[in-house]
Write a protein of this length. Structure first.
Length: 113
């Protein structure tokens, strides 16, 4: 699997947080049916949602350091590309990414129906 999930399939937008609850360069754990999602905000106020499980040994990515389009795992510092979920070379592996939108100051994640 690569890239953002196919959004042509039916999704529902779930309100998960206020934009003000997620500071720049911050992360927040969101629990949804089926798992945990790391909600992350970079210095450009871009918001990303990826599975909260590092492809290396399951580190909590919501607690990682965000820089640009990357998050660094807090356990062993693997760098994960927030746009596609891929671990950056020389590391290999991938986490699932989720569509995000911000409406009226609320952050919504697109989840399968
Ligand atoms: S668990 Fe994330 S780098 Fe090791």
């Amino acid at each position: 699997m690569t890239g953002i999930p196919d959004t042509s399939t039916a999704i529902r937008w779930q309100d998960v947080a206020a934009l003000t609850d997620l500071p720049a360069l911050g992360g927040r754990l969101v629990v949804v049916p089926g798992g945990e999602i790391a909600l992350l905000r970079n210095e450009r106020d871009e918001i990303f949602a990826i599975d909260n499980r590092c492809p290396h040994k399951g580190g909590p990515l919501a607690e990682g350091a965000v820089s640009g389009h990357s998050v660094y795992c807090p356990l062993h510092n693997w760098r994960i590309d927030l746009t596609c979920g891929q671990a950056c070379a020389p590391d290999v592996g991938q986490v699932r990414t989720w569509p995000v939108r911000v409406t009226d100051g609320r952050i919504l994640i697109g989840l399968p129906l």
